[in-house]
Design a protein around this ligand. Structure first.
Ligand code: UD1
Ligand code: CA
Length: 458
């Protein structure tokens, strides 16, 4: 691969009015990460030496997303949307000081693969001054058409609105992704005019200008679904569906069994070990790591990051989860842990061999190795003001329907009798029991039945 340095310019100025959203378009999410985040990750994956992001006026939240995900990226503002050529020139400072390849990506196009961009850099390596990522469009309406010569070289790009009927019959279209290897790229882009149907400065016009200077222009193609641009919520859902299908395929190829893959939802960073089984209807939010031989039964909701916490979720080797379990940020499950139906775990570690098989809430806790949490146990971690922790030692047995009121420590090997509300620490190997003594009245029930079935008073 090329050893020239690489500048990636990401256009993110579009407001996305058709999204009908208070949020800028490029912050809408695909697989749990903003579309801009996907393009920034791809840029890093390409080994970009510098990244320039072009935003519109007042897009402070887009600036913060860039600051968070790519702190070294430079941010430029395009004050008025005068076309893609003008947008790239907003990053003039980065372009003029850069010596090497330049790739232009759109932040609303989150599905482009690294292999396609590498093929474009390959074309630049082979001597092209300009390279365009093209695709065969099922419906080319609205796209720029790639006009090629008999030798396959790219002659020009014609926007739909400016195209002749003959040019409109071309189905090879411009994805918008363009690559350049031109010494004075800014100087060349300065020569793009706006004498066209839209009165805009078209970046694709760089092709004809470059050819006029004797540079070679070429096309690299990719499948249409890699260059889907998102302009509406419908297209956002289409992008999500394509992403999910790819990610499920990748997970299965890496050794995950999915009984009904089309019902499993993954996030951009879901990480699986080998021989994991995922039953139908499981949702993986961001920040989840699943180790080897884990079995996730149907209808589970698992997330390592949410709006409040980025503590992550780890499910250890050989562990079984669900059906109908909810695992939240900060949960660490060791090896061979059992989490059964209607169990919720948050910010808690359950060490090797621990079990919570039915109807339980474990929050802000440590559950030691081999401990057994009985059905209906609630860890009372919140007093209305702050969260407190419960520590359950190794091999502890918590009887069903117990309430463990934090802060609390239960020593190794202790027993808690069913139905107890435990508010004070319990020593190791002790029995803690908190409930009224059982009273028994012999024959009471038999007498009661006779009384009730006799003649009614009055
Ligand atoms: C553009 C291409 C077209 C290609 C299509 C692929 C041009 C002139 N045409 O058309 O050949 O087939 O993409 O989807 O480039 N943007 C700015 N500032 C601007 C204008 C645009 O940042 O002043 C951004 C937009 O937010 C958007 C992207 O550039 O993300 C593309 O702009 P848009 O106006 O949507 O171009 P298209 O008409 O789709
Ligand atoms: Ca009680």
């Amino acid at each position: 691969m090329s050893d020239r340095s690489l500048l990636i310019v990401i256009l993110a100025a579009g407001k996305g009015t058709r999204m009908k959203s208070a949020q800028p378009k490029v912050l809408h999410k695909v697989a749990g990460r903003s579309m801009l985040g996907h393009v920034l990750a791809l840029s890093a994956d390409m080994g970009a030496t510098s990244i320039a992001v072009v935003v519109g006026p007042g897009m402070d939240d887009v600036r913060s997303e860039v600051g968070l995900l790519a702190p070294d990226a430079r941010i430029f503002e395009q004050s008025e949307q005068k076309g893609t050529g003008d947008a790239v020139l907003a990053a003039r400072d980065s372009i003029a000081s850069h010596n090497g390849d330049v790739l232009v990506l759109y932040a609303d196009t989150p599905l482009t693969r690294k292999a396609s961009l590498e093929a474009m850099r390959g074309a630049l390596d082979e001597g092209a001054g300009v390279c365009v990522l093209g695709f065969e469009a099922a419906d080319p309406t609205g796209y720029g058409r790639l006009l090629t010569g008999s030798d396959g070289a790219l002659m020009a790009i014609r926007e739909h609105k400016d195209a002749s009927p003959e040019e409109l019959s071309v189905s090879l279209c411009n994805s918008g992704v363009m690559g350049f290897r031109i010494d004075d790229l800014a100087g060349l882009l300065d020569r793009i005019g706006n004498d066209n149907a839209k009165g805009e400065y078209y970046l694709p016009d760089a092709v004809e200008i470059a050819r006029g200077e004797g540079l070679h222009a070429s096309v690299v193609t990719c499948p249409e679904d890699e260059v889907l641009g998102v302009n509406s919520r419908g297209q956002l859902a289409t992008a999500e569906a394509i992403w999910q299908q790819r990610a499920r395929g990748d997970a299965m190829a890496a050794g995950v069994t999915m009984v009904a893959p089309e019902t499993v939802w993954l996030s951009y960073d879901t990480a699986f070990g080998c021989d994991v089984v995922v039953e139908p209807n499981v949702y993986f939010g961001p920040g989840v790591r699943v180790e080897d031989n884990v079995h996730i039964r149907a209808n589970c909701y698992l997330e390592g990051f949410d709006g409040k916490s980025r503590a992550g979720l780890r499910i250890g080797r050989g562990t079984s989860v669900g059906p109908f379990a909810r695992l939240r940020p900060g949960t660490k499950l060791g090896q061979d842990v059992h989490i059964g139906n209607f169990v919720e775990v948050k910010n808690a570690s359950m060490e090797d061999g621990a079990k919570a098989n039915h109807l339980t809430y474990v929050g802000d806790a440590r559950v030691g190795p081999g401990a057994n949490i009985g059905a209906g146990t609630i860890f009372c971690n919140y007093d209305g003001f702050s969260k407190n922790r419960v520590d359950v030692g190794a091999g502890v047995f918590i009887g069903s329907n117990s309430a463990l009121v934090a802060p609390l420590m239960i020593g190794d090997g202790a027993y808690v009798a069913a139905g107890s509300t435990i508010t004070s620490d319990v020593e190791g190997d002790a029995l803690a029991i908190e409930r009224s003594a059982q009273a028994e009245k012999p024959q009471w029930a038999a007498h009661y039945r006779i009384k009730m079935s006799g003649p009614k008073p009055g």
